[in-house]
Design a protein around this ligand. Structure first.
Ligand SMILES: [Zn+2]
Length: 118
């Protein structure tokens, strides 16, 4: 699992790469592309940070009510999604792996990641 240091390191790498590339790019179209690329990278980093924060703060009594509330909301949403996925799998006659791969109902292993299916 990633640590805070990993996330901070990755963020620094992204910032350095962004700084270097902006200097070579004069064309507006290329800058717009780079902007979109950076926005994607920021979203990815934010998501990773969120996952890390969620994993580290879950069940910690020192965290504020808001964090606990968010953790509860995420857990509720995950549970609701598991039920929804099961309903969808049932309706389409397929099995969805935790990796997101969709498999035939009689599959024993995921055709995307190779994990054993329930
Ligand atoms: Zn899978």
């Amino acid at each position: 699992m990633a640590t805070w240091e990993d996330v901070v390191c990755k963020a620094k790498e992204l910032a350095d790469a962004a700084g270097r590339k902006v200097a070579d790019v004069a064309d507006l179209t290329k800058q717009k592309l780079k902007l979109a690329e950076n926005e994607r990278a920021i979203r990815d980093a934010m998501e990773a940070l969120g996952h890390l924060y969620y994993d580290n703060c879950k069940g910690d009594p020192l965290n504020g009510e808001l964090v606990n509330e968010l953790v509860c909301q995420i857990d509720e949403l995950k549970a609701a999604n598991e039920e929804l996925q099961a309903t969808i799998d049932n309706a389409c006659g397929c099995k969805t792996c935790s990796c997101g791969g969709t498999n035939p109902a009689d599959a024993a292993f995921c055709n995307r990641c190779g994990n054993k299916l329930n």
